[in-house]
Design a protein around this ligand. Structure first.
Ligand code: PMP
Length: 399
């Protein structure tokens, strides 16, 4: 491989076609080829998010945090109340964004248990809604929190919320899930599902993506304190509607090279089929978990049933310190260290991404397993990397 293998939970490895699209000379945002790509990307989002024409996809230059800000600024105003299902660092970021808009925020969950970090249960969420001091306007769920590798059961959480209210806005941070986990925005009645280009969609970093339901536009129309102009969905709506119909429009210059790369990556996913792409993530995750178990690495997630398919967050063994990712990097593979301050108080941990296009490249997954195994030996932990690679290969049907 000509570059270090990028196995952090985003940005991720890209296909050659996506790299080539990103490297083309930039297009004018009003040129027919760009209009076709922008429109194609928006249409592909409807397929991947599983929404029809009543929902509106948006692609805006920025990172996932911009999409989080937009979700908050367009649905809530100061003094309203929201609940955040807390499964890690990114749930807490959402709570911080809400607090800065002077929304009254309550976090549910987020406590590390003896067995690891749990997902938030539907019962806990409903109790929080029922015990709140007044009406709850919105619920925020991080589908996969990238700091803990914990996946919430969004379908069950949304169903529980809908059983008590058809009005509450449900926002899902899908930054580490869209394209890699089962998700059905319209079927599960979710109002915002947001992500970023650099994760399971396998495009370069730099684009914030979200799909908004009709409930979001109704909430936006009711706001007495409008969002900043750049964050306002109503600034972007006519532009997106126009591009999807094949006509250029202007509010702020789109990131034409990134949109071209995103269009290529979304077309790759659509041509494979979203169900197959998600199944590929499940199989890769299973292979990696088998390998981690052989290497004696324990998941941060409390149970395997709430462990994400897009990354593994793993406690490092006794005696191995936070310099471990550098030891893996010395073997040509870039992995990430821990991120959640409360978890880091307990000890160093490791995060390995297995999301996006790279999950169609089994040899890169196995190379990652070997690099982690060899680095453990380097750190004085006697493990058997061959056995770990064999365990992963068996799941990937390579042995
Ligand atoms: N939410 C989750 C679950 C994430 O993993 C990330 C990024 N790692 C973000 C939000 C923020 O996205 P960005 O870094 O692109 O702003």
């Amino acid at each position: 491989m000509s570059h270090p293998l990028l196995m952090i939970p985003g940005p991720v490895e890209l296909s050659a076609a996506v790299c080539a699209a990103a490297a083309e000379p930039p297009l004018s945002h009003t040129s027919p080829p760009f209009i076709a790509r922008f429109a194609g990307a928006l249409r592909a989002m409807r397929t991947l998010w599983r929404v029809g024409l009543e929902h509106q996809p948006f692609i805006v230059a920025g990172s996932g945090t911009l999409a989080m800000e937009m979700a908050v600024a367009n649905t809530l105003e100061p003094g309203q109340r929201a609940i955040v299902a807390d499964t890690g660092y990114f749930s807490r970021r959402m709570a911080e964004i809400l607090a800065r808009r002077s929304v009254s925020v309550q976090r549910v969950g987020g406590r590390l248990l003896e067995g690891g970090m749990p997902a938030v249960s539907p019962q806990a969420l409903i109790e929080a809604i029922e015990r709140a001091d007044g009406p709850v306007h919105a619920v925020f769920i991080t589908h996969v929190d990238t700091s803990t590798g914990v996946r919430c059961d969004v379908r069950a959480l949304a169903a529980a919320v809908r059983a008590v209210s058809s009005e509450v806005i449900i926002v899902v941070d899908g930054v580490c899930s869209v394209g890699g986990e089962v998700l059905d925005q319209e079927g599960w009645d979710l109002d915002v599902v947001l992500t970023a280009s650099q994760k399971a969609l396998s495009a370069p970093p730099g684009l914030a993506l979200l799909v908004a339901s009709p409930r979001v536009f109704a909430a936006r129309e009711r706001l007495t304190v409008p969002p900043p102009l750049l964050f306002d969905l109503l600034s972007w709506l006519p532009v997106h509607q126009s591009y999807e119909k094949g006509r250029p429009a202007y509010f702020a210059t789109p990131a034409t090279s990134l949109v071209s790369a995103l269009h290529t990556s979304l077309e790759e996913i659509i041509s494979e089929g979203i169900d197959l792409a998600v199944a590929r993530h499940a199989r890769s995750a299973e292979a990696m978990r088998r390998a981690w178990s052989v290497l004696g690495l324990r998941l941060v997630a409390e149970q395997e049933s709430c462990a994400a398919n897009t990354l593994s967050a793993l406690w490092l063994p006794e005696g191995v310190d936070g310099t471990f990712p550098a030891k893996v990097a010395a073997r040509g593979v870039t992995v990430a260290g821990g991120l959640h301050p409360e978890l880091l108080l307990k000890g160093p941990y490791l995060r390995v991404g297995h999301l996006g296009w790279v999950t169609s490249q089994p040899e890169r997954l196995l190379h990652t397993v070997r690099a982690v195994g060899d680095a453990l030996i380097d750190s004085g932990t006697p493990v058997d990397p061959d056995a770990a690679v064999a365990a992963a290969s068996a799941v990937l049907n390579l042995s």
